[in-house]
Design a protein around this ligand. Sequence first.
Ligand code: FES
Length: 169
Amino acid sequence: MHIAHDGRADQLPSLGQAGTVGDDGPTLSICLRCRDGRENCDTDQRGGRRLAQLVADAFPDSTAARRGLRLRGVNCMSNCKRPCAIALSAPGHFTYLFGDLDPLLHAGDVLSVAAAYVEAEGGYLPRPARPKVLRAGILGRIPPLGFAGDLVEPLSPRFQHPTNGSDSL
Ligand code: FES
């Protein structure tokens, strides 16, 4: 896959490759391609990669690591206008997307919210459970598939087994 200079993928990523990762625990994804405005100083390294490096450096001694969090870098998460971007996800958990992070200021906040995510039931992180920068910087909160609660209303017939022959609301 080719990543354009603005960080956007210009062709479809190989979903087959994505499926080989084989690590489906609670995961912190960090965009490696986000720019933080410091790219023209004394390094060409992008802000996202610097954020990832700072998080990775602190990770081994972190509460998040002790709780079983995984880390991964992602080459653009289509949130390029609100850099730097991270996401938290796990099967059966809420998925969160955050932006507006400064690599030099917020690596500790990122690990802190990731540790809270691993411990939270279903990964649900109410506003007070998140560091301040991750209250203002929240960009998305998606309930897990199969979630039943006030946040979700079914809008289509529920899936029925094909041999059943009928759908019902
Ligand atoms: S460069 Fe696109 S989300 Fe980071």
